[in-house]
Design a protein around this ligand. Structure first.
Ligand code: AMP
Length: 212
């Protein structure tokens, strides 16, 4: 199964991706995670690092190259779940080309809808425990006292508004692109994570009844 999760920063994409990968036995390919890992390892081009910290978008060519290499890995042979890619129409077109060359197609594009004020509130209070990768919300899901908390540079208030604006600009072209192809499934992303998962699974059943 090849599916794409689309949603603004803070919409719960990462959380839903983890549930789906466990259920379908496919990897989650998160370009944001890949870039952060490269940043941590000191292998990320400093220009891309500055773009990320400011909440901008890394150039399409760099992202496409990253995905082109990643989907040839062994763990992708039963499919994969894309999280955070594609973000632009050129990335979506390139993805189609990459898949076509491997005789693969996309099963569904799942879009998580969450109102903007709720996204801002979630992002500004989001913290990650560096040791476990576990994500917390300072108010609604507080971390344990011994957590080693990290506040992502791009979750700081000055970058959050910019990321949400960039997301809105991006979806104005990307979502109609997938809607025209009949691949887009719009889902309500508000509510407990398990409820959102239920909606996601329902949408996938409809998209690909044989896969489940
Ligand atoms: P994310 O965790 O998906 O919000 O990604 C964090 C940051 O990585 C974004 O704000 C961008 O700077 C960069 N990034 C991740 N995926 C992409 C992509 N597909 N295209 C361009 N930039 C990306």
């Amino acid at each position: 199964m090849i599916a794409i999760l689309v949603g603004p920063p803070g919409s719960g994409k990462g959380t839903q991706a983890k549930v789906l990968t466990a259920r379908f036995g496919i990897p989650q390919i998160s370009t944001g995670d890949m870039l952060r890992a490269a940043k941590q390892a000191g292998t990320l081009d400093p220009r891309y690092r500055a773009i990320m910290d400011a909440g901008g978008l890394v150039p399409d060519e760099a992202m496409i190259e990253l995905i082109d290499k990643r989907i040839d890995a062994d763990d992708c042979k039963n499919g994969f779940l894309l999280d955070g890619f594609p973000r632009t129409v050129p990335q979506a077109e390139a993805l189609e080309g990459l898949l076509a060359r491997r005789s693969l197609t996309i099963d569904a594009v799942l879009q998580l809808d969450v109102p903007r004020d709720l996204l801002e509130e979630r992002l500004i209070h989001r913290r990650t425990d560096k040791r476990s990768g576990q994500i917390y919300h300072l108010v609604y899901n507080p971390p344990p006292p011994d957590a080693e908390l990290e506040h992502r540079a791009d979750d700081r208030p000055e970058a959050v508004g910019k990321r949400l604006d960039a997301y809105e600009a991006m979806t104005s072209a990307l979502l109609p692109y997938y809607e025209t192809k009949g691949l887009l499934r719009r889902l309500d992303g508000v509510g407990p994570p398990e409820e959102v998962t239920g909606r996601v699974l329902l949408a996938l059943d409809r998209a690909n009844p044989v896969a489940t």
